[in-house]
Structure formats: structure tokens, C-alpha cells
Design a protein around this ligand. Structure first.
Ligand code: ANZ
Ligand code: ZN
Length: 812
């Protein structure tokens, strides 16, 4: 039946579509269930095994939920803007719109061939004007609220190509195109003020049913740090600056302070004779990435400015240095250095011969970085670190020289890209009116099609005069459009809202509809999105909530990450390694149900693993076996011979298997543990097949059992099950049926099999009622024919009963 799969696939896909079986009914009074898989990124031209592993099993989960009475909403779309299409255009001359449209067409066909319950009438494509019009609207709303702003920020810059580079285009610190060393250049760019929401983004993580690892990553990324700001005045100057510290208890151990090379105070504080060294140092720092600068193993370097700062608690004068281990973008861009109690400061002080003063007792060697009791700290000596922090901050407050302060590692979200293939930022610059937002009724700002893709590294939009030159919406005078486009993560930060109301041409979405259907109940996608997409979507949700457009706090209530499917060699699939799995070929050979079921049976869903052709063949054989079982069951049900009405031992046994499968398949699939769920189906099939070969059968009972079996397998092999459902004469569709519920009484075995040993060797097995007491079991064992035979001529010394399992007879 090798092409059984594809024929059956097409037959039922057609029927599902024509009947509108999966159409979403927004007025249904069933409980809603918004199931969402991260949408497809059509940068590659085809759907790969990874997409399939994300979408197929989750669709099976959603099908079960549908049968359990939920009104399932499961949309699908395309995250269609982005750099790969633009790079492809530069290389081949094929316009990003054309290549993207083509890829989407192919992928959509493949997605449809999966036979998932996608609500295609809710489809969205982020690069289409009817979608990005509203992405621009989201930008405008954030801008109105002061949550979008412009400031200078460094970008990767290739001095030879004279262009901005994306991080992916920087290879080992050099330009991917010309191999010139990449530098940093400050450009004015757009940001979203995600930091306004840092505390809520952190706090609300606790309420989410997300993988702990993902929550921990977001927590770390947000990086809350509680400490103090301390004000240092510069000696013989009117300048003062703050440092951020988490260890105010070590304030008496400060032996110097360090400014980040980018700190604007550096120039003011550098004395004439140190200017040259400081300038050289600043230039060198520009070439380092923040990651390199934070590396613990890297040698700490710095230069002296010639200035001194005054420690506010003891009046001590300490030298002001510049050092690249201090980041300009964190805290105040300045630190107080306490070499006795901080690793980095210790390394720096040792290298430059700066004093090291112990102020915390404990440990034999320095640096000692733990908490302890204060020494050498005037009136605070003798306090424990925790108490001392509070006391010292109080003192600083009374001196007007500092206060408690909380910092976050989270930075504002840089949203402008010097690229073509993205949503244009709806802003113009007018000489008279300044920065002007495009009025909502003039959206979308359309991305022009006719632009030039040249490998000169310049953004096609910046070179497109027709696009750039416009009129100011306020004064009507000449103005220039923003040439940057929005980061694609902006498109995906709100798509789950648009799905609900994707055809709305008046609004981004109808609030009432969205409030009814969200938050998403189950969101499934790759773990690589832990810190970007999943955080941005939470931020945009909270911002829109605060503006009154939606009434919920979090977009994704439950989140799961599927594992990674590797090539047969156990390596990550890649075209260059030639180890990719093409779903289409397998589907042609085995049908989509076998492909889907192999993915679910062959791997733990959240772990993934290496592809195996043997594995998929085994699943194909399993489906064949089920088909044979069902065929023989149908034959037996239809035959009028050798039938009975009673529920005897055989019926009870099969009924046990049936309810055992119902219970475990439901519980395992609920937790996305599909592999064990399918193993239970295999056992059920074995029991059913065994029963079908009984001499006499109970036809009514067998029919009931077959009905449950087909229902149980239907989420995992939807086309196959639909076919079998019709073969047993049932009405279309099995997916309108109720999911079976297990009967606890059927799982109490009233007859059990126990083994009988004589002197430790098994001699017989008997079936007894599970309610027998020990005496009665002994009696039954001694009464067994085989046992009697074996005991002939022997004296029974002892009979030991192990309840529910075994009787051991000791005889001589
Ligand atoms: C004095 C001190 C003494 C510190 C001591 C630590 C130990 P987290 O926990 O990550 O917030 N720091 C502050 N701003 C910095 C910057 N822009 N670049 C690099 N380092 C910076 O770390 C806060 C600690 O990191 C601060 O506390 C400061 O050093 C340093 F025994 O101040 B500490
Ligand atoms: Zn104007």
C-alpha cells in the first residue's frame, strides 16, 4: 500500500476543505483554545523536517483538544521580511518580493499537504501592505506614548564598503564581503523603550507555564541588580559623577575609580599630558565587542586620566582611570574599584600597582568576594555586609551623596535597520517641523518595488529618491522620509493579535475579538527565541494593554519548545553536509500520517534526535498492522456466526486494554509526550488483534472498542483514521466525535494471573479472582492439576503467597 497514504491524504484534505470542517466559529459557546505554532520564515524555499516537527505533533494535540470539546483556533502565516531575501537579491538580482512570494507559495502548498487543521482564512503574511500597515500603526502608537525614540547608537561599519553591516555579516571581526576589519560607527537610530517594562517583564515570568530554562534565560537577560549609586566629586573641579555598585559595604576599600572609554566625562577629566594615551586607548576600545570586553579571562587594561576623585564617606582621594572592562551602556558607565573584593579590580590593581585595602573579613587570600564582617571601615566596622550596605546607603543619603538604586541589564530595543526588505518606519523629517509621524489615515507607507540592488552595501531605500522625497504631512513643505526599515522582530511582536481579525481594514484588530480569544493557550516553537521574540511580544502586549487596546497582561500562557531533528549522522541538518531530510519525498512514499507519526513516535518531543529511515519504516508497518486489525474486526462484526452477548474473561481483558489506552494516550498526549502515547496505541492494537482471533466474539462490544480505537488514533494519523471511520460506516467526520473517556472500573482487574513455583521453579500459572484472600489462594494453587502432578510423592513443607503475583511451594 505504498501510495495508499498520498491518495487517502488528498481525498480527505479535499473533503475537509470543502466541508469547512476546521473553520473557526467565533460565536461557538465551547471553551476557546488558541493553539499557536511559531509562524514560518520563508527564507529557505521549502518546508523542512524542523517545521514539520513543530507543526505536525502540535496539530495532533489540537485535534485531541477539539474532540475533548474545545473550540480550537490554529492559524498559520509567514514571517516574510528579513535579511536573507535581500542578500539573495544582491547575489542573484531576483527581487526579494518575487523570491519571497514564490517561497510562500511552495511552503503553503507543503503546509496544506500536512493536513493540519490550520485556519487558512486567518492567514497573514507580514510583508504584505495589509499587514505591515498595522505594524506601522503599532510603531505610531508606541511613538505617541513616548515608547519609541531616536538616539545615537553604534552599528557595525565597514570602512571599505562604506556601509552598515548586520551582525551576521561580520565574520571574525571582518566584513563578510571584503574582509576589511569592521569598526563601530555612531548612527542615529530608533529604539523601543522596553526598559520601561523591565520590572513587570521580570515579575510576571513567575505566573507563566513556560519551560523553566526559558524563564531563567529571560530573567538573566533582564538582569535585575539591586545596589546603590554613589556620587564622587572630582578634586579641584566642579565635576562630579555617579558610580553604580552592588557592594556599598565595600566603599571604604575603594582605591581608584574607572570610567568606560565612551563615557563623555573622559575628555573633560583627562589632563593634558595624558591626552595622547587616552585617545589611543579609546580608539582601540572601539574595535572590541561588548562580549569581548566582559570576558573574565581577558587581561584587564586601562590608562590614567591625571584626575582624582573624592570618596564621599572618608574624603580619600583616589585616581580616575579609563578601562574597557567598564561598559558605557550599563549602570552609569563608571565604577568604584575595590581590588580586595572584586576579581576584575584585583587583576587591574595588581597590574598597575594600585593599593589593595581589605575591608571585609574572611578567606585567607584576596580577592575575597563573599559577604562578611566589615573591617577598616570607621563607624561601620563590625557590621555584617548586609547591614552595612543599608547603613552606608543611609549615610550617603544624609550626606546627599548617593542613594539606593536598581539597575537592569536589559537595553532598549534597537528597531531600525539600514535595509530594504522590511516595513518602512512611518516618519518624515521636515526642515520646518522636525520629526513628523505619518498620520494613521495615510498608512501604509508602502515599500517601493522599483529599487536598485547593488553589491555596494547601500540600502536601496536610501538611494531611492522617489521614496525619500515627500511632503510634510503638517506643513505641506518638502520633507524626507526615514530610510530605515523596522526590525522583523517588530512584525512578529504582534502577529498573534492580527490572526484573530486578519481581514480588518479599519483597525489593526477588533479589541473585543482579541480579548475573547487571547492569551494564546499553547505556544510552541524553537528555544532559540527565548530572549528576543518571546520578550518583544510580551513587551508589545503590555504596551498595547496600557493604551487600552487589549485587556490581558501576557500573550502566551503556556509555552513549549520542540527538540531538534538531526540528520541520520546525528549532526544538525544542513545543505552543505548533505544530511537534510526532505519531507516531500517521504510523504510521497509513505503518506503524511506515517511521516507525522514517525516524528511523534521516534523522538521525545521536547528533545528531538537523529533521523532514522528504519524508524519511519517501522511506523509504516505499524499503520499496516492496524489496518489489518481493523479489517479483521470489521469482518468479525459483520459476520453473523460465532457471536455472543456476554462479557467473559476475553472481553474483560480487551476492555481493560481499551480503557488503559484511553487513559494513558489522553494523559501523555496532553503533556506532548507523543512517543509514549503511541506506544500505548501499539499495545491496544495487539490486544484488539488477539481478540479478533477468538473462537467466539461479542460483536456489539467489539464494535464499541473499534470505535474508540479509531478515535484514539485519529489525532496522530488523521487521514488514515478518517478513512477507517468511513469504512466502519460512520458519518463524516471522526473529528466531530467526542474523545473517549476512560472508565476507572474497567481498570480494576477482577481476574489476575499468578505463577506457581515449586522449590523456586515455575511449574504452572493459574487465573484467580483478585479478591481472593491468602488462604483461598493457597488452596487454589494446591488444587491445580499440574501442581498436583509435580507434588506426587512429596511432602509440602511451606506455602508462601506473594499477593497478586506468585505462590511458592516448598516441598521435599
Ligand atoms: C564596587 C564593587 C565591589 C563591586 C565589589 C563589586 C564587587 P551587576 O551585579 O552585574 O549589576 N559595575 C557597575 N557598572 C559597571 C559597568 N558599567 N561595567 C562594568 N562593571 C560595572 O554588577 C554590578 C557591579 O559591577 C558593581 O558593583 C560594579 O562593581 C560593577 F567588591 O562596585 B561593584
Ligand atoms: Zn513640515
Amino acid at each position: 500500500m505504498s501510495n495508499y497514504g498520498t491518495i487517502i491524504d488528498q481525498k480527505w484534505q479535499k473533503k475537509w476543505e470543502e466541508s469547512g470542517l476546521y473553520n473557526f466559529d467565533e460565536n461557538s459557546n465551547k471553551p476557546k483554545l488558541y493553539t499557536l505554532e511559531m509562524f514560518s520564515y520563508p527564507s529557505g524555499s521549502k518546508l523542512h523536517a524542523g517545521h514539520w516537527f513543530n507543526y505536525g505533533p502540535v496539530d495532533s494535540w489540537a485535534r485531541m483538544k477539539r474532540m475533548q470539546g474545545y473550540n480550537v483556533f490554529q492559524p498559520m502565516g509567514f514571517d516574510a521580511f528579513g535579511l536573507p531575501a535581500e542578500n539573495y537579491a544582491i547575489k542573484t538580482g531576483i527581487h526579494p518580493k518575487d523570491s519571497t512570494d514564490k517561497n510562500i507559495e511552495t511552503m503553503e502548498k507543503q503546509l496544506r499537504a500536512m493536513g493540519a487543521m490550520f485556519n487558512w482564512d486567518h492567514e497573514l503574511v507580514t510583508c504584505k501592505p495589509d499587514y505591515y500597515k498595522w505594524t506601522q500603526w503599532v510603531f505610531l502608537k508606541l511613538y505617541e506614548k513616548g515608547l519609541a525614540y531616536r538616539k545615537k547608537a553604534p552599528v557595525n561599519w565597514c570602512p571599505s564598503c562604506n556601509t552598515v553591516l548586520a551582525n551576521e555579516q561580520v565574520v571574525d571581526g571582518c566584513c563578510e564581503r571584503c574582509d576589511t576589519e569592521v569598526t563601530k560607527k555612531d548612527l542615529t537610530q530608533w529604539f523601543f523603550k522596553i526598559t520601561n517594562y523591565a520590572e513587570e517583564l521580570l515579575e510576571k515570568l513567575d505566573d507563566l507555564d513556560w519551560p523553566e530554562r526559558t524563564k531563567a534565560m529571560q530573567k538573566h537577560w533582564i538582569g535585575k541588580s539591586t545596589g546603590a549609586e554613589v556620587n564622587f566629586k572630582v578634586k579641584d573641579s566642579s565635576i562630579a559623577f555617579d558610580v553604580f555598585t552592588t557592594r556599598a559595604d565595600t566603599l571604604f576599600g575603594v582605591s581608584y575609580v574607572v570610567l568606560a572609554p565612551e563615557n563623555p566625562l573622559v575628555d573633560e577629566l583627562t589632563k593634558e599630558e595624558f591626552k595622547e594615551a587616552v585617545e589611543d586607548y579609546k580608539a582601540a576600545a572601539k574595535k572590541q565587542s561588548e562580549i569581548e570586553r566582559q570576558s573574565i579571562t581577558r587581561e584587564k587594561t586601562g590608562v590614567f586620566t591625571g584626575s582624582y576623585a573624592i570618596n564621599p564617606v572618608n574624603g580619600k582621594e583616589v585616581p580616575v582611570w579609563v578601562g574597557d572592562y567598564v561598559l558605557a551602556t550599563y549602570g552609569t558607565g563608571a565604577v568604584m574599584a575595590v581590588p580586595a573584593h572584586d576579581e576584575r579590580d584585583f587583576a587591574f590593581a595588581t597590574k598597575y600597582n594600585l593599593p589593595i585595602v581589605r575591608v571585609i573579613e574572611g578567606g585567607e587570600e584576596l580577592p575575597y568576594t563573599e559577604y562578611g564582617t566589615l573591617v577598616n571601615s570607621d563607624e561601620f566596622t563590625g557590621l555584617k555586609s548586609e547591614e552595612a550596605k543599608e547603613a552606608i546607603v543611609k549615610k550617603l543619603e544624609s550626606l546627599n551623596c548617593g542613594s539606593g538604586k536598581t539597575n537592569y541589564r536589559l537595553r532598549d530595543w534597537l528597531i531600525s535597520r539600514q535595509r530594504y526588505w522590511g516595513a518602512p518606519i512611518p516618519i518624515v523629517y521636515c526642515d520646518k517641523c522636525g520629526t513628523v509621524a505619518i498620520p494613521e489615515e495615510q498608512l501604509p507607507v508602502e515599500l517601493p518595488y522599483n529599487v536598485e540592488f547593488a553589491p555596494d552595501g547601500k540600502s536601496p531605500l536610501a538611494k531611492c529618491d522617489d521614496f525619500i522625497n515627500t511632503t510634510c504631512p503638517v506643513c505641506g513643505g518638502p520633507a524626507k522620509r526615514e530610510a530605515d526599515t523596522l526590525d522583523t522582530f517588530v512584525c512578529s511582536s504582534w502577529y498573534f493579535l492580527r490572526y484573530v481579525d486578519n481581514n480588518n481594514s479599519e483597525k489593526a484588530f477588533d479589541s473585543e475579538k482579541v480579548n475573547k480569544l487571547l492569551p494564546v493557550d499553547m505556544y510552541v516553537g524553537g528555544p532559540e527565541h527565548a530572549c528576543m521574540h518571546l520578550l518583544y511580544a510580551r513587551f508589545v502586549t503590555k504596551a498595547l494593554r496600557d493604551m487600552g487596546y487589549i485587556n490581558f497582561d501576557e500573550p502566551f500562557k503556556s509555552l513549549k519548545h520542540q527538540g531538534l531533528i538531526l540528520g541520520p549522522d546525528g549532526q544538525k541538518m544542513s545543505k552543505s553536509k548533505g544530511n537534510t531530510i526532505s519531507p516531500d519525498e517521504y510523504i510521497k512514499e509513505f503518506g503524511s500520517d506515517v511521516f507525522r507519526m514517525y516524528l511523534m513516535f521516534g523522538f521525545a518531543y521536547e528533545e528531538g534526535g537523529a533521523w532514522s529511515d528504519e524508524g519511519i519504516k517501522a511506523v509504516s508497518k505499524f499503520i499496516d498492522r492496524i489496518e489489518r486489525t481493523l479489517q479483521s474486526a470489521i469482518d468479525r462484526i459483520n459476520s453473523k456466526e460465532k457471536v455472543k452477548d456476554s462479557m467473559d474473561k476475553e472481553e474483560k481483558e480487551l476492555n481493560y486494554s481499551r480503557h488503559y489506552a484511553i487513559k494513558n494516550v489522553s494523559e501523555d498526549a496532553e503533556k506532548l509526550q507523543f512517543n509514549t502515547a503511541i506506544a500505548r496505541l501499539m499495545e491496544f492494537n495487539t490486544a484488539l488483534s488477539k481478540y479478533c482471533s477468538e473462537e467466539i466474539i461479542n460483536a456489539a462490544f467489539l464494535k464499541e472498542t473499534v470505535v474508540d480505537f479509531i478515535k484514539l488514533i485519529s489525532p496522530f494519523a488523521p487521514h488514515f483514521a478518517e478513512e477507517q471511520w468511513s469504512l466502519i460506516g460512520k458519518d463524516f467526520s471522526v473529528f466531530n466525535e467526542q474523545w473517549p473517556v476512560f472508565n476507572p472500573a474497567a481498570l480494576v482487574k477482577d481476574e489476575i494471573e499468578i505463577a506457581i513455583q515449586i522449590n523456586g521453579k515455575i511449574k504452572s500459572k493459574i487465573n484467580i479472582s483478585s479478591s481472593l484472600n491468602e488462604e483461598a489462594i493457597k488452596e487454589a494453587a494446591l488444587d491445580d492439576e499440574k501442581v498436583k502432578e509435580n507434588l506426587e510423592g512429596k511432602d509440602v513443607k511451606k506455602v508462601i503467597v506473594i499477593k497478586g503475583r506468585l505462590v511458592n511451594i516448598v516441598a521435599k
